[in-house]
Design a protein. Structure first.
Length: 305
């Protein structure tokens, strides 16, 4: 099997031979310069092996060369690496002869950015071929996947007290839960970014309240807690009266107390029962006193016993 270095050199020689023939043809067809031979100026070509953090880059990785500055001065056309990390005939051919002596920087580029090689070379403009292996310390740029937004679920979703289950937050981060500017609680997310916490509603007034949870990294999620209407309802109508004399139906019972009246009835009943209890205690006390006095009267005097 032919070594990769030999194959690479053969590829480079074929490319350079073709470029050289074209250049000779162009120079031979060029206008006369008054008997002064043309000054030597032409492209530089580079070939070699590329490694990224000690590994061969993916096939068809783009390599470019820039003289001084890629944007403002000169950037070459890219060449692609093969499966063995070889790049062949990277051509730097700026039109400006004033760039001779300036530094060439080499880059690997992809859709996410570029990284710079440790090696540099001087631009000679001498239409020469150079072997140059390129090493890259930084990894090829990639775009990290966008994490899914945090989620909140409430169990139950209606009531004054609920359990919040959260997910998708930063691992080990402090999560603060708020509603209407009020902190409802704080909790630490576990290693998987999940948490569970019991909270009370920010108000007992009926309505919908948005509960927001935010971690220390700024990741946030929200859910809606519904507080039901807890005011009293009208009482049921009283039972129908029994049949009266002569077979006539009795009148319908009076309506029961309304929900608002119920709050007044209960204290009245409680006070009535308390009064009855006090009255019973007083009657028992008076009875015991009367019984004791009667017992004392019936006993003989102390000297006669």
């Amino acid at each position: 099997m032919i070594p990769n270095s030999v194959v690479r050199r053969l590829k480079a020689l074929i490319v350079f031979a073709g470029i050289g023939l074209i250049a000779l043809f162009v120079l031979g067809a060029g206008p006369s310069q008054g008997g002064v031979p043309p000054q030597p100026y032409g492209a530089n070509f580079f070939s070699g092996v590329i490694t990224v953090q000690g590994e061969i880059p993916p096939v068809n990785t783009k390599v470019i060369g820039c003289v001084a500055d890629c944007i403002r001065v000169f950037e070459s056309e890219p060449v692609l690496t093969d499966a063995d990390g070889n790049y062949v005939a990277l051509q730097l051919n700026p039109d400006d002869e004033e760039l001779v002596g300036r530094i060439i920087y080499f880059y690997l580029v992809n859709e996410f950015g570029r990284i710079s090689a440790s090696e540099t070379r001087r631009f000679e403009g001498d239409f020469n071929i150079y072997d140059l292996d390129l090493t890259f310390i930084d990894p090829l740029p990639v775009v990290a996947p966008t994490p899914a937004p945090p989620t909140l679920s409430l169990v139950p979703e209606t009531g004054l007290v609920t359990t919040i289950n959260g997910g998708g937050f930063s691992s080990g981060s402090l999560v603060t839960l708020m509603s209407q500017g009020t902190v409802l609680g704080t909790v630490i997310a576990d290693g998987n970014g999940r948490f569970r916490i019991v909270i009370t509603a920010p108000s007992s007034v009926a309505g919908e309240y948005q509960v927001t949870s935010t971690d220390a990294e700024g990741r946030s999620g929200s859910a809606t807690l519904t507080v039901p209407d807890l005011t009293g309802q009208d009482g049921l109508a009283g039972a129908k009266g029994s049949t009266g004399p002569g077979g006539a139906d009795g009148n319908q019972g009076a309506p029961g107390p309304t929900g608002s009246d119920a709050s007044l009835v209960l204290p009245v009943v409680a006070l009535t029962l308390a009064g009855l209890a006090i009255l019973i205690i007083i009657v028992m006390y008076l009875y015991l006193v009367s019984w004791y006095k009667d017992l004392v009267r019936r006993l003989p005097p102390p000297g006669i016993r």
